[in-house]
Design a protein around this ligand. Structure first.
Ligand code: FAD
Length: 525
């Protein structure tokens, strides 16, 4: 073991912090960069788990890179060595199925790796847009704070939660209520620096090394490690009018959601800036981590909206505005709401600074942390469902399999497929409109309630997938979790051949992000 680690350190030429297995004076170290390899048991243990709290795989070591050069040296060493080892980038470890783990290999801890200062946002005369270059491990919340402080700018497309890394969300897609208009985060990137599975640090964009660029976006970490991303920016609005309305009729709910996302090309005063929604299965909504909106000051009780249908659907929208438009915001919102068929007297409105809206889930996180309910198992299931089958999905899943307990938020909102670039690695249903349905559930093993157990929720997830299969609903998993090559081939569908070609070109030894379980892991040292 000690010999193996020594070898690892020597081939990487990195400085190290060590645990008990290797004496410092045993090591022939060439501090070629600022990165550190750590065998510290607490760091190794932290890199062996993720937000899901279910998967577990111990790496041999954790690397904290000082820059892209360190990442390239590590991957090159792994690639060239006869005794190659898995390497996984880890952003903030917020995957739920072990995607960022590297059993017996090295986890590159990107989110704590940055040392150099960030470049300032800049203007591109060719696109007429602002952009910022950020480190692949930067958290979106830090990108936001940086761009706001330097020109009052902000990225255009978001996730609901900002404590995720740029590389982590770009490896999937990065979706939220802005996606219907701006597309997912992967549609809002101009250029990347990527360390491929051969250890080559390569700049790529639509024009330059485009196969790598498109492959890495939504590429589940399979083709390279993103060390720099050039992110599209816009002038940040000051404030947000945030509105929720309720439906008991699913058809009316989805008709209105689809109407709103069809307005993506309309003048900004004639469309909302964000469209999401969620299913209210039980009054547990009041206590869940996305419910900050329905605060004691703004309470929602099922009885208050006279719902006897059991299920309610909540449509959620925002309109951004600046102080200069404060006088007209009521009128603009009213005109937009006038097109919708929600339940009378079910409009809940709040108004807040743009940053507070973007960072809304973090506040809920703090509350859950205080109650010890954040670090619990999260058997999440995220699906893209074709719009033509969403009513069948409602009947079979929301009104069928779920029963009357949600155990966490269930998001549902449509997106426009033409805002997604088919050349990227991500897979979606083929229809022009498809829904994200996200079961963001927490297991509470000690609650004494069997419907809150990990086993029960995992079984339900399985049933949901089987139901879709049996009913011929051609869903795609988002943040996919498949464990056999056949399942992955089915997931990628017509994109599987291209996936394999890109893998052979950019990570021929299949060393990267082995926690995704797509191709057989390499033989370990
Ligand atoms: P990790 O879990 O660390 O890594 C995920 C995968 O990306 C791994 O395979 C890893 O190897 C790879 N990877 C990480 N960094 C890099 C890099 N620099 N280069 C190449 N590959 C890399 N997703 C949404 O789209 N919308 C949401 O609204 C949303 N909300 C969320 C809210 C919460 C509370 C949580 C926990 C997750 C949410 N997610 C959402 C899911 C999230 O986007 C993904 O799980 C994402 O991968 C997490 O980012 P991370 O930095 O923690 O990645």
């Amino acid at each position: 073991m000690a010999h193996t680690l020594l070898l690892l350190f020597v081939i990487c030429g990195l400085t190290s912090t060590v645990g008990p297995t290797v004496e410092p004076d045993e090591m022939l170290l060439q501090p070629a960069g600022e990165g550190q390899l750590s065998l510290d048991p607490s760091e190794v243990a932290a890199a062996a788990v993720d937000f899901g709290g279910v998967a577990r795989a111990e790496p041999l070591a954790v690397m904290r890179p000082g820059g892209a050069g360190d990442v390239a040296r590590l991957v090159r060493a792994a690639y060239r060595s006869a005794r190659w080892f898995p390497v996984s980038a880890r952003g903030h470890g917020h995957s739920t199925n072990g995607q960022a783990l590297a059993s017996g290999g090295v986890v590159v801890q990107m989110s704590r790796g940055r040392i150099a200062p960030r470049p300032m946002p800049a203007y591109s005369p060719s696109t007429g847009e602002y952009y910022v270059d950020v480190w692949g491990g930067d958290l979106w919340v830090d990108v936001l704070n940086w761009t706001l402080a330097n020109g009052g700018l902000a990225p255009k497309s978001w996730t609901d939660y900002l404590y995720l890394s740029v590389g982590g969300t770009l490896s999937n897609a990065g979706v939220s209520g802005q996606a219907f208009h701006h597309g997912p985060q992967i549609s809002n990137v101009y250029e990347l620096d990527v360390v491929t599975g051969k250890g080559e640090l390569t700049t790529c964009s639509e024009e330059q090394n485009s196969e790598l660029f498109h492959g890495v976006l939504g590429g589940l970490g399979q083709f390279g490690i993103i060390t720099r991303a050039r992110i599209a920016l816009e002038t940040a609005p000051h404030r947000v009018r945030w509105i929720r309305v309720l439906y008991s009729d699913f058809a009316a709910f989805t008709r209105d959601q689809e109407l709103l996302v069809s307005l993506h090309g309309a003048h900004r005063s004639e469309r909302f800036d964000y469209v999401e929604g969620f299913v209210i299965v039980d009054e547990g909504l009041i206590n869940n981590w996305r419910s900050s909106f329905f605060s004691p000051k703004n309470p929602v009780k099922m009885s208050s909206v006279h719902a006897n249908a059991g299920l309610l659907y909540c449509l959620e929208m925002t309109k951004n505005y600046d102080d200069s438009a404060a006088d007209s915001i009521d009128e603009v919102v009213e005109a937009l709401l006038g097109q919708l068929g929600y339940m009378p007297a079910s409009v809940f409105t709040t108004d807040l600074p743009y940053v507070d809206f973007l960072d809304r889930v973090h506040k809920a996180e703090m509350r859950l942390r205080a109650k010890g309910l954040w670090a619990v198992p999260h058997p999440w299931l995220n699906l893209f469902v074709p719009a033509s089958r969403i009513a069948d999905f409602d009947r079979g899943v929301f009104r069928g399999i779920l029963g009357n307990k949600s155990s966490g938020p269930i998001l549902i909102y449509p997106m426009n497929r033409h805002k997604w670039d088919d050349r990227s690695s991500v897979v979606t249903p083929h229809e022009d409109t498809f829904y994200l349905v996200a079961f963001l559930r927490s297991a509470l093993p000690d609650s004494g309630d069997p419907t809150q157990s990990l086993e029960h929720l995992s079984r339900q997830n399985k049933k949901i997938l089987e139901f879709c299969d049996d009913a011929g609903i051609e869903i795609k998993q988002y943040l996919p979790d498949h464990r056999s090559r056949a399942e992955w081939a089915r997931h990628f569908g017509p994109k599987w051949g291209r996936f394999l070609r890109r893998k052979a070109q950019f990570d021929p030894k299949c060393m990267l992000a082995t926690g995704q379980g797509i191709l057989p892991p390499p033989s370990i040292l």
